[in-house]
Each structure stands twice: as C-alpha cells, then as structure tokens.
Design a protein around this ligand. Structure first.
Ligand SMILES: [Zn+2]
Length: 262
C-alpha cells in the first residue's frame, strides 16, 4: 500500500535517477529531505510555500515542489525542474505554482551563492514579521538571524517585476529575511544550511512570541554582544552547523519514512 502510493507520487523514480547527473540526484535527495523535515516539524502550510534549489552546474535550472502535493509526499524524483521563468525543462506529469516560484527565482537570479531558497509562512514567523520592531534579541537563537538579517515590506500577494528588484535590493547579501506581514525566508549555498538557518530563525520567532505572551518584563541581549555577533556574521552563521546536523536529520527521516530519497 505504502509502496503503491509512493510509486504513484514518483515521476518514474528509476527514470529520473537514470537521466540526471549524480550531483543533481544528490541535490534532489537533499531538497526532498528538506520538504519532509519542514512537514515533520509542522512548519508547512498545506500545499503553499516553497523550497527551491539550483540544479548543480547550471545557472538557470531549478528544482521545486510539484504544486498540490503535501510536503510529506515530496520525493527526489517528483521534484520538477524549471527555468528562471518557472517553465518545465524536463518531462514531468506535475505542474508547479509559477506565482510561488517568483520570489525564489528573484533570489536565485540575484545571488550566485543562493543555491537553496527556503520560504515559510509559519504562524510564529508571520506573527514576528507583523511586529514593527521585528525580531528582537531575546534569545541565543535570535543572534544567528540578527547577525545577517534583512526585511522586505509587504506589497501584496502577487510579486511584480518592480517588487522583485526591491526584494533583492532589500536582501542584499543577507542569508535571513523577514517578509513583513508574510513570513520568513532563508537562502544558502546548500540545502542543509538553508534548513538550519530556517530552523534557528523559526525557533527564535517561537521564543519571542512565547516570551511576549508570558507577561513578564523581557531582558534584551545587550547591544554590545549583538554588535560583536554582527561583526562576525559569517563566522556566526557558519556556526549554525548545517553540515553537522544534516546527516543526523537524514538518519531521522530514514528511520520514519525513507521514501523521500526515491
Ligand atoms: Zn509566502
């Protein structure tokens, strides 16, 4: 039963693996794992929000989820390969959400180092994004995003070409972005880092909302500590440990449902 369902969701697994490079297959496995992890932590939003990755050794080919599948249904094989415009560049029985890909294509296009772009609409992320002061230095977790954080104001549901330019200008060389009244975004050179960055920012948002809900006075981490962290931002984000935690996360997934790697 499980196998029937998995096979049905796959885009002929054997065929896809046979027809892509080893590097692309590895990227597909990592990206599918990232979708499964987001679902596992409950940070998905039905079939909305997206995680995208650049196909290795290409400039303008990307992998993204088939629109309409839950994140827990994503496999390495059913990820859809598209170009900058969101048009399919390899056969797939699935379609993608072109509007949802717009933010991702803008970031991939503007940032050579952004091989993975992760965007979520979690309740705590949106809640913090709606706060005028944004993310506050309330927790150790918050220091990672605060070391390298950009904001982009909300301009409506659809992202037009003008807004794309403003979004990437706002992003600059940051790896963490809060989309005002909308959610969270991370980008990184690997899927592992994009996931770990998001994990830490999401946790920081959860802590902030809980701390504010507690009713007591809140202590902010002193500005000099924050300034020191910001001065060493690349060192700090490297310390987020994508490479260290990622293999353990993959093992965790394999213990529960290894079908992401099919
Ligand atoms: Zn969104």
């Amino acid at each position: 039963m499980q196998n029937d369902m998995t096979n049905d969701l796959n885009n002929s697994a054997a065929t896809v693996k046979d027809n892509v490079s080893a590097a692309e297959w590895q990227m597909r496995v990592d990206l599918a794992a990232c979708y499964r992890l987001i679902a596992m932590y409950g940070w998905d939003d039905l079939v909305f929000t997206h995680i995208s990755a650049r196909v290795p050794d290409t400039e303008d080919e990307f992998l993204i989820n088939p629109y309409g599948l839950f994140f827990e249904e994503i496999t390495a094989s059913n990820l859809v390969k598209v170009n900058q415009a969101g048009e399919k560049v390899a056969p797939s029985k699935y379609d993608i959400n072109p509007a949802g890909f717009t933010i991702h294509s803008a970031v991939h296009n503007a940032r050579d180092d952004a091989h993975c772009v992760l965007h979520l609409n979690t309740s705590d992320g949106v809640a913090v994004s709606a706060q005028t002061e944004g993310l506050l230095p309330l927790s150790q977790q918050s220091l990672f995003p605060l070391s390298n954080l950009a904001y982009h104001d909300y301009e409506g549901v659809a992202l037009n070409p003008d807004e794309k330019a403003r979004l990437v200008a706002d992003l600059g060389d940051a790896n963490f972005m809060i989309l005002r009244n909308h959610g969270l975004l991370t980008c990184a050179s690997t899927v592992a880092d994009a996931f770990l960055f998001m994990y830490i920012m999401q946790r920081a948002c959860e802590v902030q909302i809980k701390a504010q809900s507690g009713g007591g006075n809140l202590t902010h981490i002193p500005p000099q500590i924050l300034a020191g962290i910001q001065a060493a931002s690349k060192e700090v984000t490297r310390g987020a440990g994508g490479d260290i935690a990622w293999p353990a996360l993959l093992r965790k997934l394999r213990r529960t449902d290894p079908s992401f790697a099919e």
